[in-house]
Design a protein. Structure first.
Ligand code: NAP
Length: 436
């Protein structure tokens, strides 16, 4: 639909879809990002990038983020590059306008434009959708949730040495318990499933149980671990750690572990070594140019990231463990307000604030826009616009070091000056001058 609308002569256009007039006016300008034969991106100087503003605090953080990204791009490339933003709708705004929480046009627009960015979305309490975020990830096959966890100097942290935390989490995004295959206790379907498991499989399950299914496949595991290892190789990271509960769930989490090692040993034999060989063949030292593949049981990993975070650089793990570990790691480096994230497929990529809609702060211009701003930096990196991304990160570093921060950081920082969400964005822009 988007393509059709853009190709139409604007003056003869009739609005037949749920895309708003603003979107159409915006798409008259700008050029679409495309994909080269080798799957790399061809990013024009005037890319059209769809955005979902998001619910709750989404409007506040998006306003600040858009202003910061536009300023950084303008300053970095002296007006030679410019993002053309295209609003697409999901969540409450889409439901209010079109009676649909996740319109098909929105999915199509993101697919067609390859890269998009979004604020947080309310989980509808009815309407058959469990979570809009999960639906977006599954429908667009954004199979890797990537969360870099890096400490910016001066950010309040519960750790004594938070600067030792510098890792990137690759969480599988499309399966595990998040497939939403479950049956309510005492429903007739649930009884059918339990009877099958009792009678056909000999499993002793209580009749009043609720049941959920946890599929973990070789296909999804391998493409995730492949992406994590490729990332480690191209970014000169020393290790990739597979995190799992294979000791308890042998064929799901255990499968993840087995298939993860298979990818490393079969597809990256020249570039990787395993932990046992590290000691037997290499005297405990990772040889130059090699990535160490190791694994840890999930519960122990929660201790490891607190006690010895410097030993971990890239972490790959299934969906549920990944959900928990990502937020725990975010807490070590400033909390959800400072944690960026992206959902990546091939080639589609959706960058997002990792926190929720924080309804009690909605419209109060109070919340920290750092998560969405840093996700914007990930997006700029992904586009190859690293100068703009670095400009923002450096400005963020100065802003935090100056203790000019939003409420969440101010309440933990002695002597801080509390800024509103929009003021924090403006402060970043003014600090870009000092770093340029
Ligand atoms: P939440 O919206 O993330 O907020 C929980 C608390 O985290 C806030 O009250 C606030 O703590 C802190 N926080 C969140 N974002 C912050 C920011 N930018 N700056 C500073 N502090 C921040 O979680 P929730 O209340 O559990 O969820 C609310 C709704 O969001 C639900 O509908 C949920 O389904 C949805 N959700 C969406 C996403 C997503 O779209 N990716 C993710 C998670 C949840 P204080 O009150 O202590 O200041």
């Amino acid at each position: 639909m988007i393509k059709k609308l853009v190709d139409l002569n604007f003056s003869t256009l009739k609005l037949s879809s749920n895309m708003g007039l603003n979107a159409l006016v915006e798409t008259k300008k700008g050029t679409k990002i495309t994909v080269n034969q080798d799957n790399s991106l061809a990013v024009p100087d005037d890319p059209i990038i769809p955005f979902i503003e998001g619910d709750g605090v989404g409007g506040d953080i998006w306003m600040a983020t858009k202003k910061v990204i536009n300023a950084a791009v303008k300053k970095s490339y002296q007006n030679k590059k410019k993002v053309h933003w295209l609003e697409v709708y999901a969540g409450q705004k889409a439901f209010d306008m079109y009676g649909d929480w996740l319109p098909e046009d929105t999915l199509q627009a993101i697919e067609e434009h390859i890269i998009a960015i979004k604020g947080p979305l309310t989980t509808p309490l009815s309407g058959g959708i469990r979570s809009l975020n999960v639906a977006l990830r599954q429908k667009l096959d954004l199979f890797a949730c990537i969360r870099p966890v890096k400490y910016l100097d001066g950010t309040p942290s519960p750790l004594k040495n938070p600067e030792k935390t510098d890792l990137v989490i690759f969480r599988e995004n499309t399966e595990d318990l998040y497939c939403g295959i479950e049956w309510e206790a005492n429903s007739s379907d649930c009884k059918k499933v339990i009877n099958f498991l009792r009678e056909e499989m000999g499993e002793n399950i209580r009749m009043d149980s609720g049941i959920g299914i946890k599929p973990i496949s070789a296909f999804a595991t391998k493409r995730l671990v492949r992406m994590a290892i490729e990332y480690a190789i191209t970014h000169n990271k020393k290790s990739v750690t597979l995190v799992h509960k294979a000791n308890i769930m042998k064929f799901t989490e255990g499968g993840f572990l087995k298939w993860g090692y298979e990818v490393a040993l079969k597809e990256f034999a020249e570039k990787t070594i395993t932990e046992d060989r590290l000691h037997s063949d290499f005297g405990g030292e990772i040889p130059p140019g090699k990535v160490l593949i190791k694994d840890r049981i999930a519960d122990s990993m929660f201790q490891q990231v607190l006690l010895r975070p410097e030993e971990y650089e890239v972490i790959a793990l299934p969906n549920l463990n990944g959900d928990y570990l990502s937020d725990a790691c975010a807490a070590q480096t400033g909390g959800l307000g400072m944690a960026p994230g992206a959902n990546i497929g091939i080639p589609t990529a959706l960058f997002e604030a990792t926190h929720g809609t924080a309804p009690k702060y909605a419209g109060k211009d109070k919340i920290n826009p750092g998560s969405l701003i840093l996700s914007g930096c990930m997006m700029l990196d992904h586009m190859g616009w690293k100068t703009a991304s670095d400009l923002i990160t450096n400005a963020l570093q100065i802003t935090i070091a100056n203790k000019t921060v939003t409420y969440d950081l101010a309440r933990q920082l002695k002597g801080a000056r509390e800024l509103k969400c929009s003021e924090f964005g403006d402060e970043l822009i003014s600090n870009m001058e000092k770093t340029a």
